[in-house]
Write a protein that binds this ligand. Structure first.
Ligand code: GCU
Length: 336
């Protein structure tokens, strides 16, 4: 009897070893080798934040609790551009950031050009394919390691007083943009005055009357309550700015290869999860703001064309050296 029990115990241990420690366990009592910080500037229930928590959970599970990632949401670790600098020198280990906040790698501008993608599917074919993978190399020497692409939908302009119904309406409006040279120039080309500000400052800038408009996707417009202070949303969908999960090179270099591999694979899995959440949240946010009184302005094809033509100089001004990539992206859009 005793022998049988002993054998059973051995079998169980062997089985657990083959299965790995992680399955179905939260490894809460394991002593971590790494406790890492992840910066996220969106609220707790936002798709990218939920993606971050899912990522942290997967990494915890697959490293048997040896790598713990603490997600700090709501922008508590600072403005997105400061976060990027901190990731560079290892003060923060991970972050999810908008591509516009990484201004120093000029080829990234291509992926954020106005009216580049026909729709979300087109953008994902580009990012998930050779072009997107090729971009991972651009980070060499930047001290940032990109892990996976997150979705952030399409950005449109919204205003507090005067609606934007055509290009001329933008004349002299003060529009908040991300602090990115190409985005600042984009607003200038529309005849408006760009006001570069951190994301967290936009709400109060509207309240104080320091800006007349801003631009963002539906979930951001809703979740940080910009719809309360700027009720006129013009669906011009000028850009799709992808987002990235990144890790500091400093942190990466401290890790054994086994953990690096797990981190990369969990990031990619969390991105799939985030994209699914994104699609759901986009529609929910749109419904919510409309119910709360947002006036949605749809542009005709002709009016959209005016926006597109006004912004077109950006292709030459910011991406002249990479027009081959632009062309490949446009070609991908025709292949449907
Ligand atoms: C989006 C994006 C943020 C970014 C913000 C902005 O909401 O998800 O990461 O900070 O745009 O306009 O600054």
């Amino acid at each position: 009897m005793k022998k049988k029990g002993y054998m059973l115990g051995i079998c169980l241990i062997l089985l657990m070893q083959t299965m790995g420690c992680g399955l179905g366990q939260d490894n809460e009592n394991a002593v971590p080798e790494f406790v890492l910080t992840y910066a996220e500037n969106q609220p707790e229930d936002y798709p990218t934040t939920k993606g971050a928590y899912y990522f942290a959970e997967l990494v915890n599970e697959r490293t048997c609790g040896k790598v713990k990632i603490r997600v700090r949401a709501n922008g508590v670790l600072g403005d997105e551009q400061d976060i990027v600098s901190q990731v560079r020198f290892g003060g923060i280990d991970f972050a999810r950031v908008s591509l516009s906040s990484i201004d120093e790698i000029p080829r990234l501008n291509v992926l954020q050009l106005p009216y580049l993608y026909t729709d979300a599917d087109h953008m994902w074919r580009v990012l998930d394919g050779d072009i997107g993978n090729g971009y991972m190399e651009d980070f060499a020497g930047s001290n940032i390691i990109p892990l996976s692409w997150y979705d952030a939908g399409a950005r449109s302009f919204y205003t507090s007083k005067k609606p934007i119904t055509c290009l001329q309406d933008m004349a002299e409006m003060r529009i908040r943009v991300q602090d990115n040279k190409m985005m600042i120039r984009m607003v200038e080309l529309l005849g408006a005055t760009p006001v570069p500000l951190g994301y967290a400052e936009v709400y109060s800038a509207f309240e104080k009357g320091e800006i007349d408009g801003a631009e963002n996707n539906w979930p951001s417009y809703e979740s940080v309550s910009h719809y309360e202070v700027a009720k006129l949303y013009c669906v011009d969908e000028h850009t799709r700015v992808p987002e990235l999960q990144i890790i500091s090179q400093v942190t990466w270099d401290k890790m054994p290869e086994e953990y690096q591999k797990i981190i990369k694979e969990c990031a990619v899995e969390s991105a799939r999860y985030e994209r699914k959440l994104w699609a759901e949240r986009e529609e929910k946010s749109r419904q919510k703001v409309i119910q709360s009184g947002t006036q949605v302005i749809e542009l005709s094809l002709e009016e959209k064309k005016e926006f597109r033509e006004a912004m077109a100089p950006l292709y030459e001004e910011y991406c002249a050296e990479y027009l081959d990539v632009v062309e490949d992206i446009l070609k991908e859009g025709e292949r449907e």
